[in-house]
Ligand binder design. Structure first.
Ligand code: ADP
Ligand code: MG
Length: 595
């Protein structure tokens, strides 16, 4: 399976990202408006300075009331802008949190639903790990880069617009003079980031060394290895301080260089302005205001160049996240589903081939080859075979966790590809080898599939499977806590819980994959009893590891390296002297010798 690819350009990626996380768009217009208002507050001072100079200091003298009025307006506008900016920041923060939350949920659901035919559990785990770190990158971007884009972006655009409206020629001079600043800053910042990364990793290295020396003090003393460790520790701390000094040096260069470039740009603006002289139509106030604006324009550049790098990382993360969402989920829902007949269902497996595609190469060795079997409604079937012969896979195909590469599986005469997934989940229940239990009580684990059931109904289900005696051995009965992943119970007991859970769904077809791990004798008796009760009136397919289960079944299917090699009642197969009879003989020998 190919990795989610990066086919999209940055702009496309951002567009798709916003569509995948619609919360980002909700009310964005208002947030942007508030950000522009906030930026306006920082532009208003240069404009008011210009107004004050041009109107307050006339040839007729100093107009105190005009100056006071300007100061008053400035105060009000700055307060308003501060409020607007703060609100914009809060809104962006909240929306991006919502967006990330939604994205996480979608990603995990998507990965969870990926077909088991194409994606092994390990691969799903790897996808989750990677997506978690990518979403974390996005979260960091929103905390800082996204804000910078919003606030600095609007500020720079607004300032540039005001500068152009004052004097477009002078504005162009300022922009051109500022360009080298952006380039130099970006370079230096990249070096700075790397230098600090290196310094941090060396710092961590020193910490590790110190903790090892402390923890391993006895061993070091026993081997007289002190001098060696002292040398290593000295070297590590020297490397650490060298790298911090280097990072500091680059940082020290960064701040004055920004200053130098600002002075350079402002000088160019003042120089050109003065050279053109008073005849050019630029008043003294406008000239002063323009210089202020130039400073305002330069301020965000430093931050912007830094943010650019972070933005690239975030876009790359977004691209991978979207790539994961693009991985097709299988098996697909039918367009026009057909309902299954009521009551017990037949299971028909017709010339089924199956290969996993999890390792990427197309011609992966087939796991099932030409398997056919017709199981009448209500029959009890055991599937047996060596490890890796394809038993679990066959069960997955019957529950349609994957579709066969060739051939069909049908229930009650309806091909699984025509049955709605929801109906299939109601009619077919799988009790896996390692049933998953959630942390909580047994009752909670039973009722999560049917939340409306009363305590009495749950107890009723336990009685129906004749498991009352088991429940009474537990400290709190049905309220006993199972622990994380059910760790307080044994593997066999977890299967007991899963059997009761399956009985509550009341499926027409029950698929049971017996636990391979050894089950104590008493639990085995209980499992057998419960399964016998549960199997009544249902088609039951048990993947049997204990051949006693096979011996009790109506019929045994024997798989050998993906092929169905024998099919018949236990006694008949034992007498036939084939694969099954040998399996059974060695099983009997093994169980009697260990007892
Ligand atoms: N999710 C999977 N991805 C790739 N190969 C798998 C997967 N599950 C099982 N297999 C392979 O398919 C073959 C049959 O496995 P399985 O159906 O689990 O056999 P059984 O249950 O009889 O032990 C084995 O070779 C196994 O390695
Ligand atoms: Mg198996």
């Amino acid at each position: 399976m190919s990795e989610p690819t990066s086919r999209w350009t940055a702009v496309e990626t951002i567009g798709r990202g916003v569509r995948a996380a619609p919360a980002l768009r909700t009310g964005f217009g208002l947030t942007l408006g508030l950000a522009i208002l906030g930026a306006g507050g920082r532009v208003v001072i240069p404009i008011l300075v210009q107004q004050t100079i041009d109107r307050g200091f006339t040839d007729a003298g100093v107009k105190v009331d005009t100056i006071a009025l300007m100061a008053g307006i400035a105060l009000i506008l700055v307060l308003l802008a501060t409020w607007a900016q703060r609100t914009a920041v809060l809104r962006l923060g909240r929306r991006s949190e919502e967006a990330l939350y939604g994205l996480r949920v979608r990603l995990f659901e998507h990965i969870h639903r990926l077909s088991i035919a194409d994606h092994s559990e390990e691969r799903k785990g790897a996808l989750v790990a990677r997506v978690t770190s990518d979403v974390e990158t996005l979260a960091q971007f929103f905390q800082w880069g996204g804000l910078a884009w919003l606030l600095d972006g609007t500020l720079m655009l607004l300032v540039a617009a005001v500068m152009l409206s004052y004097d477009w020629a002078l504005a162009v001079v300022a922009f051109i003079a500022a360009a080298p600043l952006a380039l130099v800053l970006q370079r230096v910042q990249r070096h700075l980031v790397r230098a600090y990364d290196l310094a941090r990793s060396r710092n961590a290295n020193v910490m590790t060394q110190i903790s090892e020396v402390v923890a391993g003090a006895e061993t070091i003393r026993a081997y007289e290895a002190g001098p060696h460790f002292v040398r290593t520790a000295k070297r590590a701390s020297k490397e650490r301080s060298d790298s911090f000094i280097k990072a500091g040096t680059i940082g020290a260069f960064l701040f004055p260089s920004g200053e130098v470039f600002s002075v350079f740009t402002v000088s160019a603006v003042v120089g050109v302005g003065v050279l053109r002289g008073p005849g050019s139509g630029l008043s003294a106030g406008a000239m002063v205001g323009f210089v202020f604006l130039t400073y305002r324009f330069l301020e965000p550049i430093a931050e912007f160049t830094e943010v650019l790098e972070q933005t690239q990382t975030a876009v790359a993360g977004m691209r991978r996240v979207l790539g994961v969402l693009e991985i097709p989920i299988g098996p697909p829902e039918p367009e026009t589903p057909i309902s299954l007949p009521a009551g017990p269902l037949t299971v028909t497996i017709d010339r089924v081939d199956f290969s996993y595609r999890t390792r990427g190469d197309e011609d992966e060795a087939p796991v099932l080859i030409g398997v056919s079997a017709h199981i009448p409604a209500g029959q009890q079937v055991a599937v047996v075979g060596e490890t890796g012969s394809g038993k679990t896979t066959l069960g997955r195909l019957i529950a349609r966790l994957a579709d066969p590469s060739a051939g069909t599986v049908s229930l009650g005469g309806v091909s699984l590809t025509r049955v709605a997934n929801a109906e299939l989940r109601r009619r077919v229940t799988v009790v896996p080898q390692e049933p998953f239990l959630f942390e909580g009580s047994i009752a909670a684990n039973l009722s999560f599939a049917r939340p409306k059931l009363s305590r009495a109904e749950l107890e009723g289900a336990v009685d129906a499977l004749d498991l009352r005696d088991w429940l009474e051995t537990l400290p709190d009965g049905i309220e006993t806590e199972v622990g994380q992943r059910g760790a307080q119970l044994s593997a066999g007991e977890r299967q007991l819980v899963a059997l009761i859970r399956a009985s509550l769904v009341d499926p027409a077809v029950l698929l049971l994959d017996e636990a391979t791990s050894s089950v104590d004798a008493l639990t085995e008796v209980r499992l057998t009893r419960a399964l016998e009760r549960l199997a009544r009136g249902r088609t039951t397919i048990a993947i049997a590891h204990r051949l006693s289960t096979a011996a009790r079944a109506d019929r045994v299917l024997v798989l050998d390296r993906g092929r169905l090699v024998e099919d018949g009642p236990h006694r008949v197969l034992v007498d036939a002297g084939g694969v099954y009879s040998r399996m059974y003989a060695s099983w009997v020998a093994a169980t009697t010798s260990t007892d």
